[in-house]
Every structure is written in structure tokens, then in C-alpha cells.
Unconditional design. Structure first.
Length: 279
């Protein structure tokens, strides 16, 4: 039995639905991109243009604001601290999260479901609530005001996501592939490296990017737990009230740019993680 053609009201409703959908997507894209665009416009304009009026819609590609930002006392060291903390956080989060995700997906042990709940519950405690105990513990252990201590805190924030993402990823890889490798003479480690790891690499890269971005943009722990070794976010927060407007825009661009470049560089892994073909 053939379906009846849609009536005029149904066609109008479909058109209206498509229009609302596309309008919503366009507004969401503008909501995200417009602030980023004006951030880079002001960062790549002369200080007089940043503070002047009317505001520019296109950058003049004057690097005076960027040069002022880079020459500002303490910025270079804070930027280097951010890089070190973010990279170390990425290594720690993946180094601990990927094995945990693999163990959860491949082994059955008492309390497995409870452990998964505990992983999620680690995000139930807000960081400001943990700041004082962490500061006291870090002072006693000598980790206060160090890159390693801050990276451990950031890794704690990124670890639940790394565990859950890699758990879902490894669960989607059939265990029969590993068993086939075992029958061909591989042990468990060799089967993981040669069979599972290449298939899991997109998700692992996505988890690594997520950990990097979490660390790069985190400000509360960096401001509380560091004094001399502040990251760029904590440094900008410290000087926010006294720094001129061009410094704020250049600093904001410096915070946004690495995350955008990092995500763009591994976009094919992010797409592959969600089953989207990267053309």
C-alpha cells in the first residue's frame, strides 16, 4: 500500500521545522564563534584601536598588543608553566586512565560497578571544597607551588573522563580480535599493542586532547596552589584588575589559540571516535 503524499499543512510544518533547526544551529555557531572572532580581532590590533571607538570588525594585523603581552614581566614563564602542566596532565591522565578503562572493559572483578560509580563520584566534589585540604597536604609533602603538584590536581580532574571514554572505547573492540592474536603466538601485551591499540588510538587521542584542554583552561587550582610557578590563567587572573585592555585580549587569545590548534590537529581522531568520516 503506497503512502499518501503529504498535505500542504504537513509540508508547511516540515519547512518550519527545518527553518527552526537551521536557525538554532546558526545561532549556536554564532554564539561560539563571534566572541572568539572579536577576541582575535582585538589581539591583532594596535592598542589605540583596542581602546578606541567604534570597534573594528577586521584585525589590522598590528602586533603591538601581542608584543606588549609577550614583553610583560612574568608572561613568558607563566606560558611555559602552562605548557608543562598541560602536557604532564595529559600524560598522567592517559597513563592512568587508559589502563583503568581497559581493565574495566576486559575483566570482571568484585566491586566493578561500584568502582565505576566511584570514578564518576570524584567529580561530585567541587574543587573549591578540596582546595584547603589539598593545599595543606601539598605543603606537608613539598608539592606546593610546583608544576608536578598542579599537574596531579589537573590529572585528577581529567582522569574520570579518560577512564570512562577509554572504557567505552575498549568495550567497542571485540575481544575475539585479541583471542585471535593469542592463537597466533602473541601474549596479552603484544596483542594489545598490535591489535587493540591501533583501533583505540582515536579515542585515546581524544581523551588526551580533553585532558590538555582541561589543564590549559583551569584557573582555580592554579591560583590557589601556586605562587611563583603560576600558569598563564592564574597569572592573568592575578593581574586582571591592573592590566591594560590590550594585555587582556592578547592573553585571552594566547589561552584560546593552543587549544584550538591542538583540537584542529587531532580532529580526525575526534571524528573517528564518534564514527564520523573525516573527508
Amino acid at each position: 500500500m503506497s503512502e499518501l503524499p503529504p498535505t500542504a499543512p504537513q509540508l508547511e510544518a516540515r519547512r518550519a521545522g527545518r527553518f527552526l533547526f537551521h536557525a538554532g544551529v546558526a545561532l549556536l555557531v554564532l554564539w561560539v564563534l563571534v566572541p572568539i572572532w572579536f577576541l582575535f580581532v582585538n589581539a591583532l590590533s594596535a592598542p589605540s584601536e583596542v581602546t578606541g571607538f567604534p570597534k573594528r570588525l577586521w584585525p589590522s594585523f598590528d602586533l603591538a598588543s601581542v608584543q606588549f603581552f609577550l614583553q610583560f614581566q612574568g608572561v613568558t614563564q607563566a606560558l611555559w608553566n602552562s605548557v608543562k602542566v598541560a602536557v604532564l596532565t595529559m600524560i598522567l591522565a592517559i597513563g592512568m586512565g587508559a589502563p583503568a578503562g581497559y581493565a574495566l572493559s576486559r575483566f570482571d572483578f568484585p566491586g566493578k560497578e561500584f568502582f565505576r560509580v566511584l570514578v564518576i563520584m570524584t567529580r561530585a566534589f567541587p574543587l573549591p571544597l578540596l582546595a584547603l585540604p589539598l593545599a595543606v597536604m601539598f605543603i606537608r609533602t613539598g608539592l606546593d607551588d610546583t608544576v608536578l603538584g598542579l599537574a596531579l590536581v589537573h590529572a585528577m580532574l581529567a582522569l574520570p573522563f579518560a577512564v570512562l571514554i577509554t572504557f567505552s572505547l575498549f568495550s567497542g573492540i571485540p575481544v575475539e580480535l585479541e583471542e585471535a592474536a593469542w592463537t597466533l603466538g602473541c601474549n596479552r601485551v603484544q596483542a594489545f599493542i598490535k591489535v587493540v591499540l591501533p583501533l583505540a588510538l582515536p579515542g585515546i587521542m581524544a581523551s588526551a586532547v580533553f585532558a590538555f584542554v582541561i589543564s590549559w583552561n583551569e584557573v582555580f587550582a592554579a591560583a590557589v596552589l601556586t605562587i611563583e610557578n603560576r600558569t598563564l590563567t592564574a597569572f592573568l587572573l592575578q593581574s586582571l584588575n591592573v592590566s591594560p585592555l590590550p594585555l587582556k585580549f592578547a592573553g585571552g587569545a594566547a589561552l584560546v589559540m593552543p587549544a584550538l590548534i591542538f583540537i584542529f590537529a587531532v580532529r580526525k581522531y575526534l571524528f573517528a571516535m564518534w564514527g564520523i568520516a573525516n573527508r
